[in-house]
Write a protein that binds this ligand. Structure first.
Ligand code: FEO
Ligand code: CA
Ligand code: CA
Ligand code: CA
Length: 605
């Protein structure tokens, strides 16, 4: 079948071909600029980046490492100044010490290197100014709203598990005040103008799990992937809270969704226990018709689950200080659910290769199983506090559906349908592991899929939903792929969907991480409705070793986070695999990139 005519509005650009160029490759007629790089000063008094003279103090005032999630928030006329017209919030997932420090010895990090890494984690708030004639965007250093949050910034713990004995440590007997946030992956922007960010692979920062002898504690550490021995970065040698033998509860204080009010640089950011503790990829809020806040969340691990939270209280529309305080308490109390999916085709029609079942679709129904609501647990043998702190174990007991690494989840602002990126799962079908099911239909799944679901009655607070696979990714020539029913000879190949966003036309944009088709990762747009539904078109590719993150599509520009460029086995400052963005002789640097039509028109028009 041939689909003639033009691509959907918003996706009218010449698709970029798969490639392995060490640069950001964009469509014909598009320009690009670096918005901000690792190490650029954002706070007053912070020095310019000098890779040979790094310090923790400098880094704490500079843009952090490995930017992942991005959002842009509006500035009122009172908040502008310095030419800024928007507020950029980015997070900094983790550090690549080999690419940051010349001569880095992973077995003997210095205190200064460790403290620089602490300062390079977290979040950045930085004002941004758009160019009038193009879509170029520039960071505005020293703006009064600019802020850095690091691995040592104080956070307030909120919600039903705040103050729990499970969260108390020697340094914080209250169980309500945590230093820092770690491994922030993707996030979300709330309807009340704050930013959410998910703490993902926090397990890697904690050492000596084998010294924890209590069998229940040991089992929970194992379920969260906290392994024994020294940690990868050896932070435990410089701060004993990272040593489980000395501080068994610090690990419970990470793995949460954090909320930041970027408009108040003096505010204390929060960790919300009501949203559960797991490897949070992201947290995407929406409102029900009557104003309850609903947050969708994925737990990025092979065979893990996706969740939603429904707030007890409803959002106030006012913008006064009292309304804002109220809205910032919405995530303190509500009900936490996990998803269970049932396919509608006979199990023997799911062959593990991606062959469509006889009804022509991977589809079915789903239920949201409640795990806890406020102080009340719905899981036998677990208190509510335990459900929040050991959410994976609660969801195991509840019989949730084991998915192929649930990453970003986002509802379409146009249709209300929700999209779940399931990035891959090479262990599906292996000995002793779960086999294929209709929502995760391929064994040894290298390329991932995108699931689309509709809440019953299109009500975000519903307890039931219907679902279908929208994309089964991979080489379109592979019979086990599916592109929303669109002719497969007319789509861009896509592999490992990770972060998702929508443009103003309702098209889904998908960033990839881990492309297994021989190309670098990239960003793709795809129509979700109409005659072009499923027409995947590639908008850009990223440099060597990088993943594409934080996509954001505005009318005049597309923003992406180029995360961990040059991250290739064996690469180092001395032997770089990439010299993006500044070329030979310079350090490879994660950065935020803006891409825009050179004629000043809208993206994809
Ligand atoms: Fe940090 Fe699941 O990607
Ligand atoms: Ca991610
Ligand atoms: Ca079916
Ligand atoms: Ca990822």
């Amino acid at each position: 079948a041939k689909a003639g005519g033009r691509a959907a509005k918003g996706l009218r650009f010449e698709p970029v071909a798969p490639n392995t160029a060490d640069k950001v490759t964009v469509p014909e007629g598009y320009g690009q600029n670096i918005v901000i790089r690792w190490g650029e000063p954002i706070l007053r008094g912070a020095p310019d980046f000098d890779p040979k003279r790094q310090s923790a103090k400098a880094q704490a005032g500079q843009f952090g490492y490995n930017n992942d999630f991005l959002t842009l928030l509006p500035l009122s006329s009172r908040q502008r100044g310095h030419g800024a017209d928007q507020l950029l919030v980015a997070n900094h997932e983790y550090t690549d010490e080999e690419l940051m420090f010349a001569g880095y010895d992973p077995e003997k990090p210095t205190r200064e290197q460790v403290e620089i890494a602490w300062a390079a984690h977290g979040l950045s708030v930085v004002a941004a100014a758009g160019e009038k004639r193009t879509g170029a965007l520039h960071a505005v250093p020293r703006h009064p709203l600019n802020r850095r949050i690091t691995a040592t910034t104080p956070f307030e713990v909120t919600g039903p598990a705040a103050g729990s004995a499970l969260l108390r440590t020697k340094a914080d007997p209250s169980g309500r005040r945590v230093l820092g946030t770690l491994n922030n992956c993707s996030g979300g922007t709330t309807p009340w103008g704050t930013v959410l960010s998910g703490e993902e692979n926090f397990n890697q920062y904690f050492a000596n799990a084998e010294k924890v002898t209590d069998p229940e504690r040991a089992a929970s550490l194992k379920r969260y992937g906290v392994t024994g021995g020294a940690s990868e970065r050896r932070w435990e040698e410089f701060d004993e809270r990272f040593d489980l033998a000395k501080e068994p509860n610090e690990v419970h204080r990470f793995g949460w969704v954090v909320e930041l009010d970027p408009y108040d640089p003096g505010s204390t950011p929060r960790k919300h226990t009501s949203l559960g503790r797991f490897k949070h990829e992201a947290a995407q809020p929406r409102l029900s018709r009557d104003g309850h806040a609903v947050v969708y969340m994925g737990d990025d691990e092979r065979f893990d689950y996706f969740y939603k939270f429904v707030s007890k209280k409803t959002m106030r529309r006012g913008t006064g200080a009292e309304d804002r305080r109220h809205n910032m308490s919405l995530l303190d109390e509500g009900t936490l659910y996990v998803a269970k999916l049932t396919g509608d085709s006979p199990a023997d029609e799911i062959d593990g290769k991606g062959t469509l079942p006889e009804d022509g679709e991977f589809d079915g129904t789903g239920r949201w199983i409640p795990l806890a609501s406020g102080d009340r647990s719905f899981v036998e043998g677990m208190t509510a506090e335990e459900v929040y702190v050991f959410t994976r174990l609660a969801a195991d007991k509840a019989g949730a559906t084991k998915m192929d690494r649930p990453e970003d989840i986002e509802p379409s602002p146009r249709t209300g349908q929700v999209y779940v990126a399931l990035t891959n799962n090479t262990d599906r079908g292996k000995d002793g592991k779960a086999g294929p099911d209709e929502a995760n239909p391929r064994n040894a799944n290298k390329h991932g899929q995108v699931l689309e679901f509709t809440e019953r009655g299109n009500d975000p607070t519903a307890r039931a939903f219907s679902w279908r696979l929208f994309l089964v990714c991979g080489d379109p020539d592979d019979p086990g792929t599916y592109f929303g029913g669109f002719p497969k000879d007319q789509v861009s190949p896509i592999s490992c969907p990770d972060n998702v966003t929508f443009d103003a036309y309702g098209n889904l944009w998908i960033a990839t991480d881990g492309n297994e088709l021989g190309s670098h990762d990239g960003l793709f747009g795809v129509a979700t409705a109409g005659a072009r539904r499923g027409e995947v078109r590639q908008f850009l590719t990223v440099p060597t070793g990088a993943e594409t993150c934080g996509p954001l599509v505005q009318e005049r520009r597309v923003l992406v986070s180029v995360q961990h460029p040059g991250e290739v086995d064996g690469a180092s400052v001395e032997k770089p695999a990439s010299t993006w963005p500044d070329g030979p002789g310079t350090y490879v640097r994660p950065a935020v990139v803006a891409v825009w039509p050179q004629d000043g028109s809208g993206v994809g028009r």
